[in-house]
Design a binder for this molecule. Structure first.
Ligand code: PLP
Length: 421
């Protein structure tokens, strides 16, 4: 459920008309609904409350939307953060997420990033290779620190999602093959500066089948018991993120947070360990839209094109994953058409929808790319020297620009002619 609704034929974010916002900030722009973020976070947090031992940690996956206002919104609800770079770590801390609720994931953390996490005093590092165990031990020793880690396993399951966001297959770059976990744990335990206290897994994103997640969680439980039998002390199990969101309102919705929590409760019954979750898309996906203006329409040999002022650099998912986003007219249109919606970038991949039945929008009309709150603005680039677009957050009738539109001048100022030119 989201808070983007039509009032008198015009789409609003909560109580703010997207037409009014467009007139004020220009297009394209991202718009987030604070109430939707709060609702999704609360629904998830409440669904998993009471599972495992103690209070589960819901660590918002910062990569899905690292905007400071978004992070501050979930921080106020008690969220932790799952970060994968020192940039994300800095953002999480700046948003008010306590270090004691931050977990640092990622297959290639640099020494500098490990050092930054240690200096900040984060809860745990999710370590993804034997080489990283030794590297972290060295960095921790340099800082005279004792660091708690979880080891991320590769469970070798097929998460049944898009190959580019599938992370749990045996050949994926993520985690340590589960068969090597006992040896990796022993390796970590032998380092005086490391305390291996947990296990982690994250098998992929936009998951619509809970079966592979359940298999993975059960595998984590079996491995944790075997490690305890070998004398290790296990405190936490991080089951990752990945729950899918409905991108296409004409298709059946993916499992709900309630379905997910029921599955987790079944798979973790009797567990004596604290649970950790890393949801991203599920919290912010439906909480954001990308608003764009139609520049013009044109007729190809056989296609009706709608050319909008947003492009693949602003919202990469359709081009990268063939992902679907519903595209709605911000002001309802009575007539419909079949159109191919494209941006201005000089690549055929700059296509948002192909031969799609949709409202018959024309030059000057606004459209909203729905469900763009996750992996939207954060994956934007400046390809074709297009400035990053602003992000706006709405709360009731209030709104604020929470990330400024970049300018061609500011972008140019980062470049320099080499001294010999
Ligand atoms: N945790 C890790 C380690 C991830 O790599 C990701 C994203 O792929 C997430 C959590 C968040 O996934 P999602 O946004 O699908 O919940």
């Amino acid at each position: 459920m989201d808070h983007f609704q039509f009032r008198e034929g015009v789409m609003h974010a909560e109580d703010v008309s997207l037409e009014v916002l467009a007139a004020d900030v220009g297009t394209p722009f991202y718009c987030y609904s604070s109430a939707t973020i709060e609702r999704h976070f609360t629904v998830f947090r409440d669904a998993v409350a009471g599972l495992g031992s103690g209070d589960p940690l819901v660590a918002f996956a910062v990569k899905s939307n690292p905007n400071l206002a978004v992070l501050a919104t979930v921080a106020r609800l008690g969220a932790g953060a799952d970060v994968v770079s020192s940039g994300e770590l800095a953002r999480a801390l700046a948003a008010g997420i306590p270090a004691s609720r931050i977990v640092f994931s990622g297959v290639g953390k640099t020494r500098a990033e490990l050092a930054a996490g240690i200096a900040a005093g984060i809860l745990q590092f999710n370590v993804e290779s034997e080489a990283e165990i030794d590297m972290l031990a060295q960095v921790a020793a340099n800082q005279n620190a004792i660091v708690e880690i979880a080891i991320r396993i590769n469970p070798a399951v097929d998460p049944k999602t898009n190959a580019k966001i599938s992370t749990g297959g045996a050949d994926a770059k993520f985690g340590i093959p589960w068969e090597r976990l006992p040896a990796a744990f022993a390796q970590a335990a032998a380092h005086p500066n490391l305390r291996p206290v947990g296990l982690a897994a994250h098998i992929g994103s936009q998951l619509t089948d809970l079966g592979p997640v359940e298999d993975t969680i059960r595998k984590l439980g079996e491995l944790a018991r075997a490690l305890e039998a070998a004398g290790h002390v296990i405190k936490r199990i991080d089951v990752g993120g990945g729950l899918g969101v409905p991108y296409n309102r004409d298709l059946p919705p993916p499992p709900s947070p309630g379905d997910y929590a029921t599955m987790v409760a079944r798979a973790t019954a009797g567990w004596p360990w604290r649970l950790m979750f890393e949801p991203g898309r599920m919290i912010v996906g439906n909480a954001g839209v990308l608003v764009s203006e139609v520049i013009l329409t044109k007729e190809g040999a056989s296609r009706h094109f709608i050319v909008v002022d947003a492009a693949m650099n602003d919202l990469l998912r359709p081009s990268l994953y063939n992902a679907w986003h519903d595209i709605l007219a911000v002001r309802h249109k009575a007539t419909r058409t079949v159109a191919t919606v494209v941006g201005p970038i000089c690549e055929t991949g700059d296509t948002f929808a192909t031969d799609r039945e949709m409202e018959d929008v024309g030059s000057g009309d606004l459209v909203a790319f729905m469900t763009a709150g996750a992996y939207g603005a954060t994956m934007a680039s400046t390809y074709n020297s297009r400035p990053l677009v602003p992000e706006v957050m709405v709360k009731g009738a209030q709104w604020a620009i929470v990330s400024q539109r970049n300018t061609p001048e500011a972008m140019l100022a980062l470049d320099a002619k080499a001294p010999w030119l």
